[in-house]
Design a protein around this ligand. Sequence first.
Ligand SMILES: Nc1ncnc2c1ncn2[C@@H]1O[C@H](COP(=O)(O)OP(=O)(O)OP(=O)(O)O)[C@@H](O)[C@H]1O
Length: 257
Amino acid sequence: MIEVRGLGVRLGGRAVLGDVGMAVPDGAWLAVIGPNGAGKSTLLKAMMGLLPHDGEVLVGGRGVRRMKPRERGRLIAYAPQNPLLPPDMTVADYAILGRTPYIPYLARETAHDREVTRSVLARLDLAAFADRPLGHLSGGERQRVVLARALTQQAPILLLDEPTTALDLGHQQQVLELLDRLRLDDGLTVVTTLHDLSLAGQYADSLLLLSQGHAAASGPPQDVLTEPLLTRHFDAHVQVTHPHGRPVIHLIRPADR
Ligand SMILES: Nc1ncnc2c1ncn2[C@@H]1O[C@H](COP(=O)(O)OP(=O)(O)OP(=O)(O)O)[C@@H](O)[C@H]1O
C-alpha cells in the first residue's frame, strides 16, 4: 500500500500542491488526471522524494523520505514524462540501469540482471533495438525505453508519468495491457498520470482528479469522469457514455450541442 498524507509542494514561491491525500492498495491502479498545470507530475515527483514537500508518503506504513535510495529503488520505480536521455547510450545499457538498486557497489551486473533486461525489452517490442543508441529512436520508441528501465527495476510500485502520450494506438494498448497483467499476476501497484481520460477510465480502478493543486474528486471512474466535473475542471464540452460499463469521453463541438 502506498499512502500520501497532507502532501504540499511549493515551487518558485507558489503553492503548486496543497493537502493532497490518497491511498492505493497493493495491486490497485490509480490514475491521476487533471488539466495542464494541475500538479500531476509534481505529485509523482514528490512521491518519489525528488521534490521538497510537506506531508508524508508511506509505503507499508514506512516513510519514503527516510529510506536510503537503494531501498527506495527496490520498492518504487518511477518513469518521468520527458527524461534527458544520453544520446550515445544504447537501449540495453539504459534499460539495465533499472537494475542499479540490486547491484552492489563497484560490482557489475549479473547474468540475471541481463536476463531481466532482455525479457523486459522483448515484452515492450524493443528486442531489435537493444544495440541502438538512444539518440536514434523515435519519440514512441524512446518512451517505451524509459518504461523498460522502470520495469527492469522490478519494484512492487510503479509511478508512471504519462506513459502513453507518444505511443501509437497499438503500443498504447500493449503497454497498458502489460501494466494491467503485471498488477493482476504479480500484485504490482500502479500510479499513473494519464491525459487520455477514456484510457484512464478503462484501465484504472480509481481516479484522482487534481485541479489547481488540490484533489477535486476521487473514487471509481464512473464517479469522477462525469460531465459536470469534466466541464468544470477542464473547461471542455464533453459527453460521457458507458458502452461497456466504463466511461468513455467524447469531445463535443460547441456548434453540435
Ligand atoms: N520548478 C518550478 N518552478 C515554478 N513553478 C513550477 C516549477 N515546476 C512546475 N511548476 C508549475 O507547477 C504547476 C504544476 O506543474 P506540473 O508539471 O505538476 O503540472 P501537470 O498537471 O503535470 O501539467 P501537464 O498536464 O501540463 O503535464 C504548473 O503551473 C507549473 O508551471
